[in-house]
Design a protein. Structure first.
Length: 153
């Protein structure tokens, strides 16, 4: 199952978030829900901040609150090659990213997608703006299994 995890760089405690159509759980410890198979845990270990795990709507139910967060229902899957969010979630994902950028003392978030059957991991070397992130997303230029730094400055 694919995961979407976002790090709010430099943040000491998680932000208070509004209700979204999708589930979000946050933690001050940067531990991927992918466990030892995480493509990016070693990257997480090198930074400080809070992590936000995104998950499907079913994870909002009380009986699923302690489950591992996976984003399968949030992503349009065509061989899981490119990251493509289901249209109904895009506006709220954008709102979440904007809030986390504003809440980050460094004005940065690290956005990761991780799927065990996806392509080889890609780490973008330079940060991008939020608008550039969405341009890449909309043009199918964001492969699954990627780590990208989004910056607002």
């Amino acid at each position: 199952m694919p995961s979407i995890e976002i790090i709010c760089v430099g943040q000491e405690s998680p932000s208070k978030l509004p209700e979204y159509l999708f589930a979000v759980v946050s933690e001050p410890d940067l531990e991927s829900h992918r466990g030892p198979s995480s493509l990016f845990q070693k990257d997480f270990d090198k930074i400080a901040g809070c992590i936000y795990h995104l998950g499907g709507e079913h994870l909002k139910l009380p009986e699923n609150a302690d489950k591992v967060y996976f984003a399968a229902g949030m992503i349009i899957h065509e061989f899981w090659k490119w990251l493509q969010f289901n249209h109904k979630y895009r506006k709220q994902i954008d709102q979440l990213l904007r809030q986390l950028l504003a809440d980050s003392p460094k004005h940065q978030v690290i956005f990761t997608s991780d799927y065990q059957f996806g392509p080889k991991a890609k780490r973008y070397k330079r940060s991008v703006s939020l608008s550039e992130f969405w341009r890449k997303h909309n043009r199918r230029k964001l492969p699954m299994n990627s780590l990208i730094v989004i910056s607002s400055n």
